[in-house]
Design a protein around this ligand. Structure first.
Ligand code: SF4
Length: 712
């Protein structure tokens, strides 16, 4: 008798890498592995995956995993580990006050994990010092959205990229860092002739594909978009009706722009671009109604990042190109759940559900959570948070799912600061990350679930919430972060507030808070799914917020189509931006501007992508890009080792001599750590001066020196 093999189970989930948020179909093989293909039904990718996504099946091994809790290097039971964490937090809060406790979270966490961490810290422990590595990713875009729209709202959606006639990419190597979105742009070019303009000091793969590449001087983006605003006004290419009816502050913004870049020639001088290129860009923008300006880390990771983003948004408000098909400013988020973290208040300057610290917002969240110790003001943002650790003001730090000893600016200082902590807790899937190997006076390692093992939701760059589903067994004693946080909450005596039975229950509470006394005054509203059943949550398709409150699960692709914004008077705000200036200038001793970023096939500190030989082969060794003229003057040949030094530290990297960088600039990728290479941590080189509005540190322009290393 022929007994048919059972059909393999196919699980719909979401890629854990970038903010595009592609849908994935995983077919587990029953032995800890899985076959991975793109989900043809997911509206982010329609079945496509990039090199990183398609190699996910190669990264599922348990090599290097943290499988058991540990206290000060010795294996411990979960009970002992959680008692140590809860007891330490209670003691430190009693002795030094709750704000001596800090959490450093991650855009890799699921929304449900983020929600519980934020509720525990800001609502019940009573510390506002909760920040995230997303501070390094897109917090300038968040701040710019709030200044312009009165809320952190991405106005458009991915379909706008399909329907635009002009796409302007600013500070974004989209071809490498958001590859599936870039494929959509290339498709639009083939289908409807969409023009592509790329603005970037570095001629990346994205720049190579551009119809017009604007290789401006580092840090001069506000001059380019100030010049554009002036040009649009002088040309009469404004949407005067929109500006009059739906905005405020135009005259002041234009006056300021005239002082920065009064005409094409001045813009060219300020940016280092050819006048003809500036004129061509301005003409394209002025003449193309369906324009999307997408921006990413080159804009955000800057000491003037918020102003740069607002300079871009100003041009869209001036032309009424927002909330319309194929038109709008578009922030591309870096991490898979940078957006979800914003939704639950994972940033130190947010409370929860897109609420901040206005007294009525604090009161609303306090009553919803029944949280008498709720914090009433902002906490320390990432750079300031680690400075407070170094200064001894933070006594306990809980790091979840991130590797700040590699990724933070001045990373060596972060390592030294951690050594001073009374209590250092790390929730991590990887045993040997630099951050997991660091130690405070008491160090507790808590094994976390990795992709394929955990279950919850993430939100991508177009506000679309997708499920990450579990298709592998939890290895060793690894547990969900939300469950661990809830256990600590209960041990601290917060009982019923942390009695979650699963990620669906957390999602329902999160959705209910977003709709609680909302009345349409806030952008973020998941009221339509606040009573979603466990079964519907398990099967939920991708959902886009905001969702109407009347039990509908239909989200909105575009916002502001009616010209109403979330400011008190419903008008968007123009922002009078500052003239461009780098936070630190080059000197005779450090004459280069060091830019940092990513490569195509690695993700962050390589703890997952490093397991794939195929991905590692793309860029096998840590490198620094240098222009041929500079390399020749310093006698550095392609492939030589070179030492790059800054005020913060030094690293030895392989020189790549290339015209993709401007003379006087260098580029290095930040992925390598002590765990993967020696003397090659680029994060340790970066000074990281924060933007005064967003707190996002400058990672793109650090004064540096470079010299050949004698040995080869
Ligand atoms: Fe994953 Fe981003 Fe690649 Fe999509 S584009 S497969 S989300 S890394």
């Amino acid at each position: 008798v022929h007994v048919p093999e059972p059909a393999p189970t196919v699980v719909k989930t979401t890629c854990p890498y970038c903010g595009v948020g592609c849908g994935v179909l995983a077919t587990p093989d029953g032995q800890g592995g899985a076959a991975i293909v793109g989900d043809p039904e997911h509206p982010a990718n329609f079945g496509r995956l990039c090199s990183k996504g398609s190699a996910l099946g190669e990264t599922l091994s348990l090599d290097g995993r943290l499988l058991h809790p540990a206290i000060d290097g010795a294996r411990a039971s979960w009970d002992d580990a959680l008692d140590t964490v809860a007891g330490g937090l209670a003691r430190i809060a009693a002795e030094h006050g709750p704000d001596s406790i800090a959490f450093y979270l991650s855009g890799q966490l699921l929304t449900e994990d983020y929600y519980v961490a934020n509720k525990l810290s800001k609502g019940f422990i009573g510390t506002p010092n909760v920040d995230t590595n997303s501070r390094l990713c897109m917090s300038s875009a968040v701040a710019a959205h709030r200044r312009a729209f009165g809320s952190d709202t991405v106005p458009g959606c991915y379909e706008d990229l399909d329907e635009a006639d002009l796409i302007v990419l600013v500070g974004s190597n989209t071809a490498w860092c958001h590859p599936i979105l870039f494929r959509r742009m290339v498709d639009a070019r083939a289908r409807r002739g969409t023009k592509l303009v790329v603005v970037d000091p570095r001629r990346t793969q994205t720049g190579e594909e551009a119809d017009l590449f604007l290789g401006l001087q580092p840090g001069t983006d506000t001059a380019l978009f100030s010049g554009l605003l002036v040009h649009l006004a002088d040309l009469g290419a404004l949407d005067a009706g929109f500006v009059e009816a739906h905005t405020a502050g135009f005259d002041a913004a234009l006056d300021r722009a005239r002082t920065i870049a009064p005409d094409v020639a001045a813009t060219a001088r300020a940016t280092g671009l050819a006048e003809a290129d500036v004129a061509a860009f301005f003409a394209l923008f002025a003449g193309t109604a369906r324009t999307v300006t997408a921006f990413s880390q080159g804009v955000n990771q800057s000491a003037q990042g918020t102003d740069k983003a607002n300079a871009i948004i100003n041009c869209h408000l001036a032309t009424g190109r927002i909330g319309k098909a194929g038109a709008g400013p578009f922030s591309l988020t870096g991490q898979p759940n940078a957006m979800g973290g914003r939704e639950v208040g994972g940033l130190a300057n947010m409370l929860a559900a897109h609420m901040h610290f206005a007294p009525e917002e604090v009161d609303r969240v306090r009553r919803f959570w029944d949280a008498p110790r709720i914090v009433t003001g902002e906490g320390l943002k990432a750079v300031a948070l680690f400075e407070a650790v170094r200064a001894g003001r933070i006594k306990a730090l809980w790091v979840m799912g991130t590797n700040p000893i590699v990724s933070m600016p001045r990373a060596d200082i972060v390592r030294a600061a951690i050594a001073k902590l009374d209590l250092y807790v790390v929730s991590e899937a990887v045993a040997d990350s630099d951050t997991a190997r660091a130690a405070g006076r008491t160090t507790v390692l808590l094994p976390a679930l990795a992709w394929g093992e955990k279950d919850g939701t993430v939100t991508n760059s177009e506000r679309r919430i997708s499920r990450q589903r579990c298709f592998l067994e939890a290895p060793g004693e690894a547990r969900a972060d939300w469950a661990v946080l809830s256990d600590v909450g209960r041990r601290l005596g917060f009982g019923g507030a942390f009695a979650f039975e699963g990620s669906a229950a957390i999602f329902r509470e999160h959705a209910a808070l977003s709709a609680f006394e909302n009345g349409g005054s806030r952008d973020f509203d998941l009221g339509g799914v606040r009573d979603i059943s466990d079964r519907d949550y398990a099967a939920a398709p991708p959902l886009q917020w905001p969702m109407p409150r009347a039990r509908s699960r239909e989200g909105r692709a575009r916002l502001f189509a009616d010209g109403r914004f979330y400011t008190f008077d419903g008008r968007a705000r123009f922002v009078a931006v500052q003239a461009p200036a780098l936070a630190t200038t080059v000197t005779e001793a450090r004459p280069f501007v060091l830019n940092t970023g990513r490569v195509r096939d690695h993700w962050h500190t390589m703890t997952r992508t490093g397991k794939s030989q195929r991905l590692s082969a793309h860029r096998a060794v840590p490198f620094v890009e240098i222009h041929p003229d500079d390399a020749a003057s310093l006698a550095i040949a392609n492939g030589d080792l070179a030492r790059v030094s800054t005020e913060a530290g030094s690293a030895v990297l392989e020189a790549m001599v290339t015209e993709s960088v401007r003379p006087g600039t260098l580029f290095a990728a930040f992925h390598w750590s002590d765990a993967t290479a020696s003397d090659a941590r680029v994060g340790a080189l970066v000074r990281g001066v924060p933007d005064p509005v967003s707190g996002q540190p400058e990672l793109k322009a650090t004064p540096a020196a470079i010299e050949p290393v004698a040995y080869r």
